[in-house]
Design a binder for this molecule. Structure first.
Ligand code: AMP
Length: 170
């Protein structure tokens, strides 16, 4: 299946100069969604104990992958959204900073976690998410993306973490 057919390029969204990869056609197609989740599930991640995903588009792929693998799902969210005790990691954006949080009890020490997001750009968001997993004592089994904007060099920012992407744009 050619997943490219299920992406829509939207120029200058959300601001001038950004070519936004709109995944709503993919979400609207049960066969395309099934294909994505089956491909993520077919990757040999080694032992997997949890699947974590990053708010909000990461949830759309992370939760079905967790169900498919028969593992628990862990949400990684923007600050102030999670109700229980949290760990927080701040990261630098082009202008300013952002942060993500995880529940302190979401991952047990030594658990291996696949972390999911829709798209890898500069890698800042996923690097922060991986740090959060590690802050709970978990190990990152790998980082799964539907799309890798490879020309932005996100893989480099993720260091030694394993990165798997279904579509790559050079
Ligand atoms: P980054 O931290 O730079 O890797 O940015 C990744 C996050 O920003 C992901 O959660 C994406 O959903 C979002 N994102 C960044 N660039 C784009 C883009 N061109 N199209 C769609 N989403 C994007």
């Amino acid at each position: 299946m050619d997943l490219n057919r299920y992406l829509r390029d939207v120029p200058d969204f959300p601001k001038p100069g950004i070519l936004f990869k709109d995944i709503t056609p993919l979400l609207a197609s049960p066969p395309a969604m099934t294909h994505v989740i089956e491909r993520f599930a077919a990757i040999d991640w080694g032992r997997v104990d949890k699947v974590a995903a990053i708010e909000s588009r990461g949830f759309l792929f992370g939760a079905p992958l967790a169900m498919k693998l028969g593992k628990g799902f862990v949400p990684i969210r923007k600050p102030g959204k999670l109700p229980w005790k949290t760990n927080r990691v701040e990261y630098v954006l082009e202008y300013g900073t952002d942060a993500v949080e995880i529940h302190q009890d979401a991952i047990a020490r030594g658990e291996r976690v696949v972390v999911v997001d829709d798209l890898l750009a500069t890698g800042g968001t996923m690097a922060a998410a991986a740090q959060l997993v590690e802050s709970c004592g978990g190990q990152v089994a790998g980082c799964a993306f539907v799309i890798d904007l490879a020309f932005l060099g996100g893989r480099k920012r993720l260091g030694s973490h394993r990165v798997e992407a279904l579509l790559r744009f050079e």
